[in-house]
Design a binder for this molecule. Structure first.
Ligand SMILES: Nc1ncnc2c1ncn2[C@@H]1O[C@H](COP(=O)(O)OP(=O)(O)OP(=O)(O)O)[C@@H](O)[C@H]1O
Ligand SMILES: [Mg+2]
Length: 249
């Protein structure tokens, strides 16, 4: 997985501008001057959510707070995971109350719940990433999302002061294959995205075949025909195409 997975801004040395990037970057531009936004960045695994988020943050010069998973054990319940997020803020900002936490968060253009939250275990083995915890918890993880909604409704005024960027995926297994609710389920994905779009700002990271070819060529030496063959096999997902090309050598 390592080589073609972006976990931080430092990994993002090769970057190709695409339509999805321009959309995301224009949305991020608004975060400097307005607050109260919750942006969901969705896209199939290995497409480029992380790459685009870090590139757009850099382009717009945003100051961000990168939330890190504080989960230490995979078997804890939703309430404990929820508390761990706030305890992490309190520890980082050296404050005692939630009110002070929101005051500190207001100082950033956006709060990121991306790789350091979802996949922290890939960077720091002492933590359990949220994706690992939720994968293990299965349906029990729903309570965590409910706690977030309740907190949001209770503290709506505080949330109007901050912006949140979420890398959102809802992965599940069906008949031995892995799917993402937001991108792999055809009409159902479109419906879910449409409903989400009425509540949040949503940006889908997806590429046209010609964009994918350009991206892949920036990572691996290969001719267009072979890349097209793999686009047909994997879809426009640079990670899987680059890996397949590398395995050919
Ligand atoms: N616009 C782009 N320019 C250059 N490389 C890109 C671009 N988009 C994606 N990539 C490359 O594709 C690979 C996968 O990207 P990334 O890790 O950001 O995907 P992801 O959608 O965040 O995946 P995951 O769902 O596993 O978190 C990386 O090697 C990244 O460099
Ligand atoms: Mg990612």
């Amino acid at each position: 997985m390592g080589k073609y997975k972006i976990n931080s801004a430092i990994d993002n040395s090769v970057f190709v501008v695409t339509e999805s990037f321009l959309k995301l970057s224009n949305m991020f531009k608004t975060l400097k001057n307005s607050h109260g936004k919750i942006i969901h960045v969705v896209g199939a695994p290995g497409t480029g959510k992380s790459a685009n988020i870090y590139a757009a943050i850099e382009k717009q010069g945003l100051t961000v707070y990168d939330v890190k998973s504080q989960i230490k054990e995979v078997n804890i319940n939703s309430q404990k995971v929820f508390n761990s997020v706030y305890n992490g803020f309190k520890k980082d900002f050296d404050v005692k109350s939630k009110k002070e936490v929101y005051n500190c968060l207001e100082g950033f253009d956006a709060i990121l719940f991306v790789d350091m939250f979802h996949d922290s275990h890939l960077v720091d083995e002492d933590t359990v990433g949220f994706s690992v915890w939720s994968g293990n918890a299965g349906l029990r993880a729903t309570k965590f999302y409910l706690l977030c909604v309740v907190e949001y409704l209770k503290e709506r005024r505080e949330y109007k002061r901050i912006n949140i960027i979420l890398q959102t995926a809802w992965r599940f297994h069906f008949r031995g294959k892995k799917y993402d609710l937001f991108t792999d389920m055809g009409i159902l994905s479109k419906l879910v995205l449409a409903v989400m779009g009425t509540i949040f700002d949503v940006v889908v990271i997806s590429y046209k075949p010609e964009e994918t070819i350009k991206i892949v060529k920036n990572h691996v030496k290969a001719d267009d025909k072979l890349i097209e063959h793999y686009i047909h096999e994997y879809g426009s997902k640079p990670r899987f195409i680059c890996q397949a090309l590398e395995n050919e050598d």
